[in-house]
Design a protein around this ligand. Structure first.
Ligand code: FES
Length: 115
């Protein structure tokens, strides 16, 4: 199991917004986007869309889904599931924990959240 990374305060990401943790910090070789979803929870997916090249953090959060800003594929923030075309490959999830006011990211540990 990978080590947790402290990625800042819960107050750093407003509901409906996202923040990118750069690959140099995640240690996975991938940027990871942290989403503050409209259910109040935090979720993490690899930032790059699985269709082509786009930052999902720049997309639109609706409920517990994010819509890619380029061709509008949608992904489930809980499971990473690609929900519509043109994406056909699921996004990788990562576990996020709230500890007090701090956000902890576990790179490469699947979120394992019931959808
Ligand atoms: S790059 Fe995201 S849907 Fe095409």
């Amino acid at each position: 199991m990978s080590e947790a990374i402290n990625i800042g305060s819960v107050d750093d990401i407003d509901e409906g917004e996202a923040k990118v943790i750069p690959a140099a910090e995640t240690g996975t070789g991938e940027d990871i986007a942290i989403f503050h979803a409209e259910d109040g929870n935090f979720y993490a997916l690899n930032d790059n869309c699985t269709h082509e090249t786009a930052s999902l953090a720049d997309g639109w959060i609706e409920g517990t889904e994010v819509e890619c800003p380029i061709h509008s594929a949608k992904f489930c923030l809980k499971k990473g599931t690609a929900l519509c075309m043109p994406a056909t490959v699921d996004a990788q999830t990562h576990k996020v924990e709230v500890s007090g006011d701090e956000l902890l990211l576990y790179p490469n540990v699947p979120a394992d959240i019931e959808a």
